[in-house]
Design a protein around this ligand. Sequence first.
Ligand SMILES: NC(=O)CC[C@H](N)C(=O)O
Length: 276
Amino acid sequence: MSNKIIKIALLDMYNGEPNQGMRCIIDVVNRFSPVVSFKIFDVRVKCELPDINSFDIYISTGGPGNPLIGDGNWDVKYYEFIDSLNKWNNENVIKKHVLFICHSFQMACLHFGLATVTKRNDTSFGVMTIHKTKEGLIDPLFEGLADPFYAIDSRDYQVVQPKLSIFAKKGAKIISLEKIRDHIQYERAIMAVRFTDYFVGTQFHPEADPISFVSHLRNKDAKEKIRAMKGKRKFRNMLEDLLDDDKIYRTNETLIPNFLRTAINDLMKTKKMLSN
Ligand SMILES: NC(=O)CC[C@H](N)C(=O)O
């Protein structure tokens, strides 16, 4: 790995399965290449986790399957690693910044005891509207995004039933929610949480770009499944949403860049402070 100032660890949670997430995350991270370098860790297949002393920023990806179940090995090590990052932040001036995406977000919510994770009645897949909460309106992660904004969602599970007393005790905040579904009696799922000043997570995929979505639809079975699920008109509307500059492109160009910029600025400031 090169000597660039800021080191990013990508925690690959895809369990060896083909996915669009890794390419999209690498694409966004590479926009910061003058100042950052990155290394990938295969958490679920190889049980790989980084050395905490060697990396500044961590992005933990989405992944397949039930977030409540691991193999008793990688999941235990993963949770221990998250605890060690948290402990580090409580004890050190130079902080470790972490972004949890989708599967990792669900696991983090469970681990911190903030909410329940249940299986949805149906798969959520496509371009969704994401609503900022009052806290979300002022969170730097969403700066430059409208309310609501748009994101790609791809999941069978949901984070629901927040334990508000635990949120209050830990200082965690719900920063976005699912769309309001008037005619359906379901609880709105939690779509993003600020766990601490340095840990934040989203249920949706902020890394997704329109190309990744279209590539997924080149698989005939996937396309048919989604078209059947949504109906022809909604499916076509979704394709149109993909081309809109203010929707998926905007989220891709804004959210992870906000996370990285905030983290890089903080790291440069504290590192400089210590070297003075
Ligand atoms: N894309 C994802 O990370 C999905 C998360 C989880 N496996 C679910 O189905 O809800």
